[in-house]
Structure formats: C-alpha cells, structure tokens
Design a protein around this ligand. Structure first.
Ligand SMILES: Cc1cc2nc3c(=O)[nH]c(=O)nc-3n(C[C@H](O)[C@H](O)[C@H](O)COP(=O)(O)OP(=O)(O)OC[C@H]3O[C@@H](n4cnc5c(N)ncnc54)[C@H](O)[C@@H]3O)c2cc1C
Ligand SMILES: NC(=O)c1ccc[n+]([C@@H]2O[C@H](COP(=O)([O-])OP(=O)(O)OC[C@H]3O[C@@H](n4cnc5c(N)ncnc54)[C@H](O)[C@@H]3O)[C@@H](O)[C@H]2O)c1
Length: 493
C-alpha cells in the first residue's frame, strides 16, 4: 500500500535525542512536523546509553563506597572486602527502573502532545525533497518535505578480529541483557564507554581486563586526567593493557574464551564487551538521492549552521562529525530545526562540555592545555573539601588565552561534572580569570579548585611590575589624601 501525505514543513528522521528535540522545536515554532522512527522513540541515550550506564554506575559506586567506608570508620558487615554482596539481577532491575522513569519524556504521546506527528517505520530518501517510509504492515508512505533534519545516530563498531564473533561479543546495545554477572570480563576499548562499563563491572564483582590499542585511556582528554583515571581503575582491580590491540579470540574450556593480544600475551574471559568506537548510521537512507554528502568516515557533512550539502536538509547528533554526546545532539537538534524552519544561519556552539562518569569523574570543556596558553592547576591537596573527605587524587586545570580569558578547563574528582557547568559558562561568555576570581564561591566545595586557580592568576598579575607600580602610586595618593583630610573619616581605618 502506498499513501501520499501533503508537504510537511519538516521531516525528522530518527527519534533519538537529536530528532526529539528538533521535532519539538519546529512544532513549537508552528511548523507541521513528521518524525519517523524505526524502532522506538528515545534513542540510544534512553535505552542503551546514558541512562542505563549511569544507573549501572550508581550501583557500582554504591558497592565501592560500602567497601571503602571502613576508611572513614564505618564498618559494613564484618568490614571485609567480601562482606558487600551484589545482587546482580536486582542491579539490572534498577537499570530498567531508571529507563522507565525517564521514558515518558521521550514517548510518542509526549511528542504528539507537543504537536508532532509520529510515524513508526524506516525512512529512505527518494529525491532532494521526498522520502519513503516503510511502515511494515501498513505499507510504504510517501513524504514530501520543505526541509528535513537527519538524526539517525550511530552504531557501535565491532572490529573484524578473527574469532571475536564466535565469542558472542556484547556492545552497549545488549550488555544490559546479560543474566549473570560475568566472572571474567574482557573490555575492548578505553574510551568513555570502555572506562565506564569496565569500572562498573569491576566494582560489581567481575574480574575485568581492559584492552586499549592507543597508548592511554580517554585519548581526547588531558593526559594527566587519563593517568589518574588509569590509577583509579587499577585500584578497582582492573587489569589495564594499554598500547595493546586484540589480535584473535579462541574457544577455551567450559564455554570460556582466550584472547590473544598484540604483545603476545593472552587473556581468559567468559564475556567480552566491545567499546571500540562508533559508525554513523546512514545505511539504506539513500543519501545520494537527496544530494547529502558524507565524509570518508561516513559522517554526514554539515556547515557551521548544521546544513548538509542539500540546503534544505540539516543534520544533528551522532550521524554528524560533531562530538557524540546527548547534550550536543539536543542542542544541535534544536539549532538545526530552528535554522530549517525559519531560514536562519545560527551556528552550533563550539564549546562542548564532556564528562566521563567514572570515579573519579573526568570533566572537560574547551581547549586542552597546550603550548602558548597559560595553564593553572590546583590539586586536591589544596582543596579543603577533598582533604576533609579524603577524596584521593584529583585536580582542576584552567587554560587561559593571552588576554586571561578562560578558554578551556579539565576537572578530575568527585562531582567534577557538576563543577564543569560554571566553567562551560565561563568559556562561552569569554570570562577572564579575574571574573571567576571575583565571584564568591561557597566553602568548602570542590569548586574551590577553580576559584583558587583563578585567584592565583590574579595574584600573579598583581605581583607584576606594572601592577606593583600602580598599587604603590595608589597607596601614596591615599596616604597623602588622608593626611590632608581629603578622604572622609568613615573611610579611614
Ligand atoms: C554506553 C553509552 C553511554 C553514553 N553515555 C553518555 C552520557 O553519559 N552523556 C552523554 O552526553 N552522552 C552519552 N552517550 C552518547 C549519547 O548516547 C549519544 O551521543 C546520543 O544518544 C546520540 O543521539 P542521536 O539522536 O544522535 O542518535 P540516537 O539516539 O541513536 O537516535 C537515532 C534514532 O534514529 C533511528 N533511525 C535510524 N535510522 C533510521 C531510519 N532510516 N528511519 C527511521 N529511524 C531511523 C534509530 O532507531 C534511533 O532511534 C553514551 C553512549 C553510549 C553508547
Ligand atoms: N559520559 C559520556 O558522555 C559518554 C559515555 C559513553 C560514551 N560516550 C560517547 O560515545 C562515543 C563512543 O564511545 P567509545 O568509547 O566506544 O568510543 P571512543 O572512540 O571514544 O573509544 C574507543 C577506543 O577503542 C580503542 N580501540 C578501537 N579498536 C580497538 C581494538 N581492536 N583493540 C583495542 N582497542 C581498540 C580506540 O583506540 C579508542 O580509544 C564517544 O565518542 C563518547 O562521546 C559518552
């Protein structure tokens, strides 16, 4: 059966974060909006990404905190490491509850209440302003559109390693469905997913080996932040193998497997999770028919206003070359929809905050420390809250440009992600170290770290030759003015 609707103002392909926000934004602007989703609205973040991983980490961190409580004089059970019991099915039930709690916000009902028409099916382009949606039993629907937002997300990459397929590798898409806690878990990849899942499973009781082919974890972040995280993961019992790639996988006794690594060593495991990067989801979309270009990695190419090579088609979220985060998908979805419906050229904000939700959290925004920039670092040893809580190593690092504007920051420690928001605002508003130093911060908070760093910079400048001269002149003038009685008595000390 083929049906043809009238021309919609905006076709949105994909009902993950980017598509949901794009559709709602356009509907709020009065446009007629059709959102096509092939599986279920909510996308990766809700079902297989942020929400389940943060729920799993909450359980894992609770187990670790209980084990570490004796350090603060609090005994759990008989106080031994094994006294903390993890009920893995109950942990997974908690993960499902977390998803169910968030799901209504992303539901078809909430979209429809916002004025969005939702069609369940798989879209493909048939021309620069036309698409077909295969709805399964209800047949194919032809859609003509004035503009469109592509928001089809990304798939996990499973490397073509001999024998790996035989070990039934898990990815973020199905790791939530394992019935039993794996006794030995191999994690392939030391990016955000590998670090978060690796720490979660280690803290819940699996013996985890993490293999990363690069020379360190979190390759896009500050090297010292990555080093601190590596120490923390090792303290959780994770066997970290960096600079080593997975070469092949072989069956072993009792349904287990043996991995051979590029350094000649082997690792035994029951289950393997692959977190080795992402691939944009464009297969079957017939982008060529729509005149939409992709780059050599298959990512949809956009300009700064998120417009593709077809001026009426925009793209947002993981399918583009932009950093793969939910907040990026949401903000870019909104920007793309606004530009598409109103004909604007608003730019996507380049200052992207990023947080890896391990313990310690690793949070960063803007540019990393590099030559030619002024870098200020305050370590946990100088932050009273960290000292009071015996928080372990961590730091705050600010990166300044030549005019003392904050252009980047990295924070490693408890609640680093919460601290980051102030620094993201500082980067966006081009605040200087003096602006941050002049903003009173509550004591004792971890944000003391960034405050102290900014104050140190201002004090540094006051120690400069010109500043010292200015202070001397001011003091002399003040002294002579008070002597001559030109300054009111109330201002004299
Ligand atoms: C384990 C994990 C943890 C994460 N944690 C975080 C985190 O803590 N914070 C953070 O910011 N980010 C996190 N991310 C990243 C975040 O999940 C993604 O960046 C974000 O969900 C991308 O949203 P999207 O809308 O671009 O894509 P998606 O959410 O993947 O949505 C795309 C949608 O398009 C649909 N679709 C695809 N093709 C078609 C078609 N032809 N027709 C119709 N529909 C189609 C798909 O079914 C899907 O629903 C995490 C990712 C993972 C894997
Ligand atoms: N907290 C968060 O915001 C959060 C959490 C999870 C994921 N994410 C997003 O999801 C995206 C995907 O995450 P990811 O961790 O899969 O990708 P990634 O690209 O960040 O990391 C993948 C890692 O796997 C390594 N690798 C690739 N092939 C390998 C092999 N054969 N053997 C050993 N190592 C190998 C790579 O060197 C790389 O370091 C990230 O870009 C991130 O933005 C965000």
């Amino acid at each position: 059966m083929t049906g043809e609707a009238g021309v919609v103002d905006l076709l949105v392909v994909g009902g993950g974060t980017a598509g949901l926000v794009a559709a709602r934004t356009a509907a709020r602007l009065g446009a007629s909006v059709l959102l096509v989703e092939r599986v279920r609205t909510g996308g990766e973040c809700l079902w297989t990404g942020c929400v389940p991983s943060k729920a799993l980490l909450a359980a894992a961190h609770a187990a670790a905190d209980a084990r570490a409580a004796a350090r603060l004089g609090v005994r759990v059970g008989d106080g031994t490491h094994g006294a903390v019991a993890v009920d893995f099915p109950a942990v997974l039930a908690g993960v499902r509850r977390a998803i169910a709690a968030v799901q209504p916000d992303d539901s078809v009902e909430s979209l429809e209440a916002g004025g969005v028409e939702v069609l369940s099916g798989t879209a493909r382009f048939t021309g620069p302003a036309a698409a077909e949606v295969d709805t399964g039993a209800a047949g194919v629907r032809v859609v003509r559109f004035r503009s469109a937002v592509l928001a089809t997300g990304s798939d996990p990459v499973v490397p073509d390693v001999p024998g790996l397929a035989g070990a039934a590798p898990l990815t973020n898409e199905d790791v939530w469905t394992v019935d039993d806690l794996p006794r030995r878990l191999l994690v392939v990849g030391g990016g955000a997913i590998g670090c978060e899942l690796g720490q979660a499973f280690a803290r819940l009781g699996s013996a985890v080996t993490l293999v990363e082919s690069g020379s360190r974890l979190l390759v896009r972040e500050d090297p010292e932040a990555a080093a601190l995280l590596a120490r923390a993961l090792a303290a959780d019992g994770i066997d970290l193998r960096t600079g080593v790639a997975l070469r092949s996988v072989h069956p072993a006794a009792d349904g287990a497997h043996r991995a051979e690594l590029s350094d000649g060593t082997t690792v035994g495991f029951e289950r393997v999770v692959v977190a080795a990067g992402r691939r944009p989801r464009t297969a079957g979309l017939e982008l060529a028919a729509a005149g939409v270009d992709v780059d050599e990695h298959g990512q949809v190419v956009t300009d700064t206003a998120l417009r593709t090579s077809n001026p009426w088609i925009f793209a947002a979220g993981d399918v583009t070359a932009h950093p793969r985060f939910t907040h990026v998908a949401g903000v870019h979805g909104s920007t793309a929809a606004g530009n598409a419906v109103l004909g604007l050229r608003r730019r996507a904000d380049p200052a992207v905050p990023r947080v890896t939700f391990t313990q310690p959290e690793v949070a960063a925004v803007g540019v990393a420390a590099q030559d030619g920039r002024h870098v200020l670092t305050v370590r946990h040893e100088e932050v009273d809250r960290a000292r009071a809580e015996d928080a372990g190593p961590g730091f705050t690092r600010l990166v300044l440009d030549r005019r003392n504007r904050i252009v980047g920051a990295t924070v490693v420690g408890p609640r680093a992600g919460e601290m980051l928001s102030e620094l993201a605002l500082a980067v966006r508003l081009r605040c200087t170290a003096a602006d941050l130093a002049g903003t009173m911060h509550a004591y004792p908070t971890y944000a003391d770290g960034s405050w102290k760093a900014a104050i140190a910079r201002v004090q540094d400048q006051l120690d400069g030759r010109l500043a010292r001269l200015a202070v001397q002149v001011l003091r002399r003038w003040h002294r002579s003015a008070t002597t001559r009685g030109r300054v009111p008595v109330s201002r004299r000390r």
